[in-house]
Design a protein. Structure first.
Length: 162
């Protein structure tokens, strides 16, 4: 499902399921999964707010990182040096990610990311449509790289009951 198909199907208050993956030149990757709620255009005070898909009003996306390891091995025998955890993307060390896609101009798609677990730090990534995906380059996660590549896929719509 691409963004246009999701928007054709979703109703106000409905959810679009999304997965986001990132890759950085330092080898760290991340992924987030969650639901984006469709909000119609509206007046907010004296300002016009365009339609958007966002985690606002719902739950933030669960955000996993390849450098957060989980120990899946049995304990080391007594008297040995032990071992390092080896399972990446620990479900015990996730962050909360806010996502908002403004639907003002579908030829210029800007996705706003909010790192709730990192003091609500925000940054925008300009993305373009490539087949059924959105892809873009933007700020890295952390400070160990200059940039990250972002890839977003849409995989289902859940509309509110009538």
């Amino acid at each position: 499902m691409n963004l246009d198909q999701a928007l054709a199907e979703v109703k106000v208050g409905g959810q679009v399921m999304v997965t986001i993956v990132t890759n950085q030149d330092n080898g760290i990757t991340s992924y987030a999964t969650g639901a984006l709620i469709y909000h119609a255009s509206s007046m907010t005070g004296p300002h016009w707010r365009s339609a958007r898909l966002s985690t606002t009003g719902g739950s933030p996306a669960k955000y996993y990182f390849s450098d957060r390891m989980l120990d899946i091995d049995p304990p080391s025998p007594p008297g040995t040096f032990g071992h390092s955890p080896r399972q990446p993307f620990s479900a015990n060390a996730i962050d909360n990610l806010g996502i908002s896609i403004s639907l003002f101009n579908l030829n210029l798609i800007v996705v706003k990311f909010t790192l709730h677990s990192w003091g609500n730090a925000t940054f925008n990534v300009s993305m373009e449509k490539r087949g059924s995906l959105l892809i873009g380059t933007g700020a890295p996660i952390g400070n160990l790289s200059d940039h990250a590549t972002y890839l977003m896929s849409f995989h289902g719509v859940i509309n509110p009951p009538r």
